[in-house]
Design a protein around this ligand. Structure first.
Ligand code: MTE
Length: 347
């Protein structure tokens, strides 16, 4: 395995959270203003990654990622910073870039936390297309470039709570899933949205593994109102840079009030349908992983409790445990969608 020992990791590879925050503040206060003046009215709330202190400079130099075409560069040239208030932002300490990109669940690359970083070197995320099917006026296969053309990228700082009881705080770059859905004009029969991950045994060694437990491709789904909720994000980057393969390049879902397994990576298919879709973990073990998978400290996993979580980063000597909040702390913005539902039965 190619996982580096901590002693092999240069300090320059580690993105300091305080550096990120101060750059972010600097860019919002000065860079955004400069850009606003350069390109005219209406742009004062955007920031330019090329402007002055580059956002992308935060990425460790040896981090694997597919070199982007120029349209990616153009898209990342303006990113709206997260507001300084909930729910699109949290002031909690960011999980360092190194942990976000080396402690992953992406079973297509292996089952250990270090496997996605170590085994995704062959993965190519550019060019990329997404198939849109089902109850929509505009089905078809679309280049990612065309899907992203009409959307504005923004930064959102969200908590990510895995069903395994660990959590992180991650600055994503993305756009509301609702902005993507509207492009394809779903009809009144579209009650659910179903997502599928790329299935490429050539570049995804976890799929070839004899020990794989998943019936590929990885599938997830949301109810239409959940998909349209303003918190639901399609992410194309993190820490100001493109998504690395291990985090779901080039485009993955983020549903911050649900357990992390709902946040499906490297999406190649989106299907609009009338009935509840089958989803990977629910199919595998329905008693342990529900379709809704809303973060809930009162409903425990059959094999472990869910009222506490281990917040990363951790070291050998310090592990930080915090209380898990209902809907991962986003209840004010999402609880209404489950009014009248028994959350213990619909876990
Ligand atoms: N998507 C795919 N295609 N395959 C996976 O194995 N794992 C899920 C989710 N999306 C997974 C996936 C789980 S269990 C979690 S907790 C999150 O991705 C982890 O995202 P991260 O590695 O970016 O932290």
């Amino acid at each position: 395995m190619l996982i580096k020992k901590p002693s092999d990791i240069k300090p320059s590879e580690i993105t300091s959270e305080s550096v990120y925050r101060s750059r972010r503040r600097f860019i919002r206060d000065s860079g955004a203003l400069a850009l606003g003046m350069a390109v005219g009215a209406g742009s004062s709330s955007t920031l330019s990654a090329q402007d002055g202190d580059s956002l992308k400079a935060r990425a460790p130099v040896n981090m694997k990622r597919t070199p982007p075409d120029s349209w990616w560069e153009d898209k990342f040239a303006t990113i709206k910073p997260a507001p300084d208030s909930e729910p699109f932002f949290t002031g909690e300490t960011l999980t360092p870039y190194r942990d976000v990109t080396r402690y992953n669940n992406f079973y297509e690359f292996g089952m250990d936390k270090g496997d996605p970083f170590a085994n995704s070197g062959e993965f190519k995320s550019d060019p990329w297309s997404v198939e849109i099917t089902g109850e929509v006026a505009r089905p078809g296969t679309y280049h990612l470039e065309d899907i992203l053309k009409p959307v504005d990228l923004e930064e959102r700082i969200y908590r990510l709570r895995c069903v395994e009881a660990w959590s992180m705080v991650i600055p994503w770059i993305g756009f509301p899933l609702s902005d993507l859905i509207k492009q394809f004009e779903p009809n009144s029969k579209a009650k659910y949205v179903e997502f599928e991950t790329l299935l490429d045994p050539e570049t995804m060694p976890g799929i070839r593994s004899r020990f794989a437990i998943i019936d590929w491709p990885y599938r997830e789904g949301l109810r239409m109102d959940e998909a349209m909720n303003p918190l639901t994000l399609m992410a194309v980057g993190l820490y100001g840079d493109y998504l690395p393969p291990q985090n779901g390049a080039p485009m993955r879902l983020i549903v911050p009030w649900k357990y992390g397994f709902k946040s499906i990576k490297s999406i190649v298919k989106i299907n609009f349908r009338e009935t509840l879709p089958n989803t990977t973990w629910n199919d595998l073990q329905s008693r342990e992983y529900g379709f809704f998978a809303n973060v809930n400290p009162n409903v425990h996993h059959p094999r472990w409790r869910q009222d506490m979580e281990r917040r990363l980063p951790q070291t050998l000597f310090s592990r930080q445990y915090i209380e898990t909040r209902i809907f991962n702390g986003y209840g004010e913005h999402v609880a209404h969608m489950y009014d009248g539902m028994d959350l213990a039965r619909n876990y």
